[in-house]
Design a protein around this ligand. Sequence first.
Ligand SMILES: [Zn+2]
Ligand SMILES: [Zn+2]
Length: 112
Amino acid sequence: MCTDCLQKEYPDRGNTCLEDGSYLMNFVGCANCNQRDFVLISNRTTVEEDGEEIVTYLHMCKNCDHIIARHEYTFSVVDDYQEYTMLCMLCGKAEDSISVMPDDPRQAAPLF
Ligand SMILES: [Zn+2]
Ligand SMILES: [Zn+2]
């Protein structure tokens, strides 16, 4: 991973969790070849662990294969909420939670 390619390490992204793509606003240019070219996604993997889905991949310079950052995204369901997190030196850190209930839980019919 390379901090010289970035404006800022782990910028705060609020609740914007990306499971794909690159946050190019934070990319200054490749410190290795001095090009500001496309950033490739490589080695993308998805694993499931205890009901949690973890997506990881590398941001890599298109020009010289220099590794810019490692991206981690997680998804899990906790109670009635879908929890998302993102941690990446390039894309920043973020977390979000969204209710899985379409309606207000207080008005939902009892299922048990
Ligand atoms: Zn490069
Ligand atoms: Zn990233």
